[in-house]
Design a protein around this ligand. Structure first.
Ligand code: MGD
Ligand code: MGD
Ligand code: SF4
Ligand code: MO
Length: 706
């Protein structure tokens, strides 16, 4: 048999970002020799990006952990151990802390890759619930918390998020998102570049508000620089214009339009111009264009979520869609009808807010999680309820959360730490034990979350491409074993009935659960059907007029004026206009970076360096700094030294660093550690928060000097 004949084609899926692209892998002699986009996938239509190609590099990466490791506290070195010993150590460590100091003495951080793994979604939540600590944190509060809170408050469920109907809209109004690099977020939109070209071909417009002339801004029909942190004034002014012109209407199932009208009366375009730098005339024109477009949609993402007024911004974005008649309407902001409906079936709870507060600062929980900006102080502040042991699940908060440098120090002082992770990263290097699950190519996948946020209704089940090695464990098996073993060791165990229920629930494999959940859905999609159609099943474009039935509020009405957000408008009126010469720091993402990891993959780190501080030439000149020089960037909490690059893509007064860099503090992972760059989160400030508790990572005041 020739080498060519031995090559085998397998359908895979990329789980690295929210675009969930379908893949075709070529496998020869057990090795992936090519990764391409799957042209038959009804959602991703053949799209792939550089990270998707690198998915095979993760599989073969010699740095990826394949067996549990234990850290020698004296030398700091990790040594491989067996699974039985590892589960025993982890469950003993967690149980000892809980037995001695109570349940809240255990802190948990759930990182971003959890939502990209089926087993984490089906079993990780079970583990966290079983451990019942109030000190649960996740990437949500450095990301999309305002969206979830507003969905809960307005639509009755934290995951009932309106998605831009990108394939049919004629006016796409974007605040603080860069889908050309990120491939979309809370809008699963593989193949964004093609969809944008189609939008323009239809005569449509994309208008972008961003303090950086991003990859997305460059292909927009219109881009406006906006001063970081000031979007709320602009969005509220747009609403103000629509009310003034009699263009703001609400559906019969909505309450509170009059309250909204009076709340925005103060926020005029002139005030917005003063705060944001966006000309009042442009604010007025864009508002009117959105209102009169044949299917228009406003959308705001990370730049206006990780923001001091993130909740006000997401509220205003929702309202712009509602009052212009674009919610639940073709070409507007629409709701999905997924084959597994995590919202309608109650698989994931509706959410709640401020049912309890963090111990030290009194910050509100949302849907059972506390703001991760409070994590460090919960570890270092003595007293009852102090966090003394940590469990991190696919997370790297040392690089991903504000004031990571201090969190780094705090983790070193814990009594015990365990991690479920495939790498020794900047955070898990503090763990006593790391439990590594199988990689993405070795496990079955059905996307419970991102099919819910997709711009088209589709369903797809992807069986594992490779069989796992006999001694390897899937994440769901690890979660199951840690949960059951820990609970067995608690002095105060849950009731026998509760333990048996948990055992039964965690004993079902994720794939079995997918089959059961599909059978409960209304789309007629079954696991058998999905296995017969591995590229995915098309369920058509997003459907209009789902409201009010789809609303998850108890009375099936939509609340336009949540008191929490209205009260926060007060805070806006106390903000001073910008001071002369002040520099504001924002973040950025690149096509070839993936949050805080994958920097040890040669394929993604070759080529032009991307770690620089970007700065406008005039701001450099004002400080007598040279392009390329190493500069010191200082914020209230920290200081970094990094090369600066001059570019007039930056708004004057604004500087930018990418997030997820700064691996030098983790010398164990050599190739990543050698990559230049610093962590932006050594500068971001855990005191800067949105009313939801989300970190305000953007618009951090800094100084830059030689
Ligand atoms: N300043 C600033 N900070 C930010 C952001 C920003 O824009 N600016 N963005 C924020 C956002 S949106 C997010 S989502 C967070 C993300 O930050 P985190 O929640 O920390 O998540 P990641 O950096 O994506 O990944 C963390 C780790 O998961 C591990 N991992 C990868 N795949 C798997 C797997 O399959 N199983 C297991 N068990 N582990 C795995 C890797 O080792 C990786 O180091 O960062 C946030 N931080
Ligand atoms: N290649 C790649 N893709 C990714 C990721 C990755 O790390 N790399 N991460 C994934 C994750 S976890 C997420 S959450 C998504 C995020 O997806 P996006 O939100 O599309 O990604 P960002 O690049 O963070 O876009 C935020 C934009 O907001 C702008 N901005 C900053 N501050 C402000 C402000 O105050 N106002 C306004 N209007 N704009 C502002 C920034 O300049 C930036 O262009 O991307 C996902 N996809
Ligand atoms: S766009 Fe996202 S899902 Fe698609 S290949 Fe790239 S990283 Fe993977
Ligand atoms: Mo994210």
């Amino acid at each position: 048999m020739s080498a060519h004949e031995a090559a085998q084609q397998r359908i895979g899926v990329c789980n690295l970002c929210e675009a969930i692209c379908g893949l075709v892998l070529t496998i020869e002699d057990g090795t992936v020799t090519s990764v391409r986009g799957n042209p038959d996938d009804p959602l991703s239509r053949g799209h792939i990006c550089p990270k998707g190609v690198a998915i095979a590099d993760i599989h073969t990466d010699p740095d990826r952990l394949r067996r549990p490791v234990r850290r020698d506290r004296a030398t700091g070195e990790f040594h491989e151990i067996g699974w039985t010993e590892a589960i025993e150590l982890v469950s003993s460590g967690l149980a000892a802390t809980i037995n001695a100091h109570g349940r809240d003495a255990l802190g948990i951080y759930l990182g971003n890759p959890n939502v990209h793994s089926l087993g984490s979604m089906t079993h990780g939540i079970g583990l966290v619930k079983a451990l019942r600590t109030r000190n649960t944190f996740s990437a949500t509060s450095v990301d999309q918390l305002p969206h979830q809170l507003l969905a809960h408050l307005m639509f009755g469920h934290q995951l009932l998020l309106p998605i831009p109907d990108i394939d049919r809209t004629t006016y796409f109004l974007v605040f603080g998102a860069n889908p050309m690099a990120s491939n979309g977020s809370l809008m699963t939109v593989p193949d964004f570049p093609t969809r944008l070209r189609e939008l323009k071909r239809r005569g449509g417009h994309m208008v972008v508000f961003d303090p950086r002339r991003t990859e997305t801004a460059k292909v927009a029909t219109e881009h406006h620089f906006i001063r970081p942190g000031t979007d709320a004034w602009v969005l509220l002014a747009m609403l103000n214009v629509l009310f003034a012109d009699g263009l703001a209407l609400a559906p019969a199932y909505a309450d509170g339009l009059a309250e909204v009208e009076s709340a925005v009366a103060h926020f005029t375009p002139a005030l917005a111009e003063q705060m944001s730098g966006v000309p009042a005339a442009d604010i007025e024109r864009v508002a009117l264009e959105l209102a009169t477009a044949e299917g228009g949609v406003a959308y705001g993402r990370v730049g206006v979520s990780t923001h001091e007024f993130g909740s006000v911004c997401q509220w205003a974005v929702n309202l712009l869609n509602i009052v212009t008649g674009n919610l639940d309407s073709v070409g507007g902001a629409m709701f999905s009808s997924p084959a597994i409906d995590a919202v309608g079936t109650g698989l994931i709870g509706r959410g709640h807010h401020n049912a309890w507060q963090s111990r030290v600062r009194g910050l509100p929980e949302t849907a059972g999680e506390l703001p991760v900006s409070a994590l460090r102080e919960e570890i270092t502040t003595p007293g009852a309820g102090q966090v003394r042991a940590m469990l991190t699940l696919s997370g790297n908060p040392v690089l991903s959360t504000p004031d990571g440098a201090r969190l780094d120090e705090a983790l070193a002082g814990l009594d015990f730490m365990a991690a479920v992770d495939i790498y020794v990263n900047e955070t898990t290097r503090h763990a006593d034990v790391i439990l590594p699950p199988t990689g993405a190519l070795e496990r079955d996948h059905y996307d419970l979350i991102f099919q819910t946020f997709a711009v088209r209704n589709t369903a797809r089940f992807t069986p594992a491409v490779f069989e796992k090695e006999p001694e390897a464990r899937h994440d769901w098996q690890i979660y199951r074993d840690v949960a059951l073993a820990t609970i067995d060791k608690l002095d105060r165990k849950p009731s026998l009935k509760a333990r048996l229920t948990l055992r039964a629930r965690l004993g079902l494999s994720p794939t079995r659960l997918v089959g059961l959940l599909l059978a409960r859905g209304r789309t007629g999609v079954t696991l058998r059907k999905l296995r017969a159609n591995p590229s995915g099943v098309d369920l058509g474009p997003l459907r209009p007029n789902l409201l009010p039935d789809r609303l998850q509020t108890r009375d099936h009405r939509m609340g336009l004026a949540p008191p929490l957000v209205l009260a926060d408008l007060e805070r806006l009126t106390t903000v001073e206009p910008p001071a002369e010469g002040e520099l504001l720091l924002i973040g950025r993402r690149h096509k070839q970076d993936n949050n805080s990891w994958m920097h040890n993959a040669g394929r993604l780190t070759r080529g032009r360096a991307r770690h620089h501080l970007l700065m406008h030439p005039a701001d450099l000149a004002e400080r007598s700094l040279e392009d390329g020089a190493v500069v010191t960037v200082t914020s209230r909490v920290g200081k970094v030294r990094v090369e600066v690059a001059a570019t007039d893509d930056m708004m004057p007064g604004v500087v930018s660093l990418p997030h997820g860099y700064g691996h030098a503090r983790n010398p164990g992972m050599k190739r990543a550690a050698e990559l230049p760059g610093v962590s932006i989160n050594d500068l971001t400030d855990p005191e800067r928060l949105d009313v939801s508790g989300n970190a305000a990572l953007t618009g951090v005041p800094v100084t830059v000097s030689a």
